[in-house]
Design a protein around this ligand. Structure first.
Ligand code: ZN
Length: 472
């Protein structure tokens, strides 16, 4: 489930960014054997109830944290409220992502139909198909608890740091579990300025993995923005072949090679499973094998880890100290892959993790990063603004049809993004067509400036090529 990182809305320029930081991997200690049995007993009941509300909020009702309980359960009313709130949160993000993906599908379909009507369809183009999303399945017990069910209190004796008082299935019989922090936890929880222990948030997360319970604590921190207002802007393009490409000509992380091979194996496995399911269903089997895969989940974690590493490297880069980043403003699901073949590699959530991670890194480091409009950033020429699908002969190449500028496609896009901070004309556009019109106006202006195009295309192409090589 989601790591506990609550992010606040974008602060105004110069305002400190308030972020919630998680203290993870605190193992719950079992002082005497069987001490956590009550928690073990509660977990599956909680998980099942939470799942019921997730399904309800995804399929029948709008997510509502205050919804009256409607399923029978041995859990106390306080526990039910916690489950309903958690389920509402999960369902809300699922609905948002699904809606964005569906909207994207409809746009794709409209574009496809328009091309059919115009007779400009590529021979290889296929009609977009909508595949309905599955309702999220909760697999591992993960409890986002508030102080009503799990109370966190500092310990009076020095053996332990805190005590957790956890309500259980038996009314009036909470269990008390000590919490012992490791040195690195203590370090993280000490404010370097005041040397005082930070104030912890009252909500905690408990999750169980392979029989062990883990605790996640959190605290709020205000990070002042250190980027000067006139800092140079570096654009970040997000993709699969290269997770992060910057307008300084650097690239970090890739889904190719190892990850791609692993993903292929996982897909093959999924397909076999799906076939088996279909076969068993035909024969009328009642119990079908699950479609989820353990290797798939592991792979997803691995991809996210690789993404985190790539974004971290980008922010830590010497050349990027004191700069202002501009990145694609994309919601998780509207992250659409720039080539059809790549659709299969990754689900939208993977790629959507990149901008999330950029935002998170900027907040925790006090670096300014501004999301900008990304429409046509991959088709626009960063030299003359000419915007056309034909500027992309293949996935990695950008080659302008007019001025002949040629560069790595992601690099060209990152340069465009770097210029879109504070671009009011683009922000005023209501749809993609309006954005394209603005870009083409800029192209016209560029042509005028170039002396109405009296140099030959070949000459210009050569010149742009060499200046491009020098700039990277
Ligand atoms: Zn051009």
């Amino acid at each position: 489930m989601k790591k506990q990182k609550r992010r606040k809305k974008h602060p105004k320029p110069g305002e400190p960014q308030r972020i919630t930081k998680a203290v993870t991997q605190i193992r719950l200690i079992e002082v005497n054997p069987g001490k956590l049995a009550a928690l073990d007993a509660l977990a599956p009941v909680y998980l099942a109830l939470c799942q019921q509300y997730v399904t309800l909020f995804c399929t029948q009702e709008a997510p509502d944290k205050l919804r009256a309980p409607c399923y029978p359960t041995p859990l106390s009313e306080r526990w039910q409220r916690v489950a309903i709130m958690q389920a509402a949160g999960i369902a809300q993000s699922w609905r948002t992502n699904r809606a964005a993906a569906y909207q994207q599908y409809q746009q794709d379909l409209a574009r496809y139909q328009q091309r059919v009507a115009e007779g400009t369809l590529d021979a290889k183009a296929q009609e977009p198909v909508w595949c309905e999303w599955n309702v999220p399945t909760l697999r591992q017990p993960c409890i986002q608890a508030n102080a009503n069910v799990v109370k966190l209190e500092p310990s009076r004796e020095s053996t332990y740091d805190y005590w957790l008082t956890i309500s259980t299935l038996s009314k009036g019989q909470p269990i008390q579990v000590p919490v012992k922090l490791a040195e690195y936890h203590k370090e993280q929880l000490t404010d370097p300025k005041t040397h005082q222990r930070r104030t912890l948030n009252t909500s905690v997360q408990l999750h169980q993995r392979e029989g062990t319970w883990w605790l996640t604590l959190s605290y709020d921190e205000e990070v002042p923005v250190q980027t000067p207002p006139d800092a140079p802007i570096v654009g970040i393009d997000v993709g699969i072949a290269n997770f992060v490409t910057t307008s300084t000509g650097k690239q970090y992380g890739s889904f190719h090679k190892n990850l791609r091979a692993r993903h292929k194996r996982d897909r093959a496995k999924r397909r076999r499973k799906a076939k088996l399911r279909a076969c068993l269903k035909k024969k009328g089997a009642k119990k079908l094998p699950s479609t989820s895969s353990r290797t798939g989940q592991r792979l997803m974690r691995h991809v996210k880890h690789e993404i985190n590493r790539a974004v971290n490297q980008c922010f830590a880069e010497e050349e990027h100290q004191g700069v202002h980043f501009a990145y694609e403003q994309l919601s998780v699901a509207s992250m659409r892959f720039k080539a059809k073949a790549q659709n299969a590699y990754l689900r939208a959530s993977h790629l959507g993790h990149i901008p999330q991670q950029i935002q998170w890194n900027s907040q925790k480091r006090g670096v300014l990063a501004t999301p900008v409009i990304s429409a046509y950033s991959s088709q626009e020429c960063s030299v003359c603004h000419y915007t056309d699908r034909k500027n992309r002969p293949d996935q990695r190449t950008f080659r302008c049809q007019v001025c002949g500028f040629e560069a790595h496609a992601d690099y060209n896009a990152s340069v465009n993004l770097s210029r879109r901070v504070g671009d009011r004309a683009l922000r005023a556009c209501r749809d993609r067509a309006a954005i394209k019109a603005v870009l083409m106006q800029r192209h016209e202006a560029w042509k005028q400036q170039q002396g109405r195009g009296n140099t030959s295309l070949g000459k210009r192409r050569k010149r742009e090529k060499s200046s491009d090589a020098a700039s990277i």
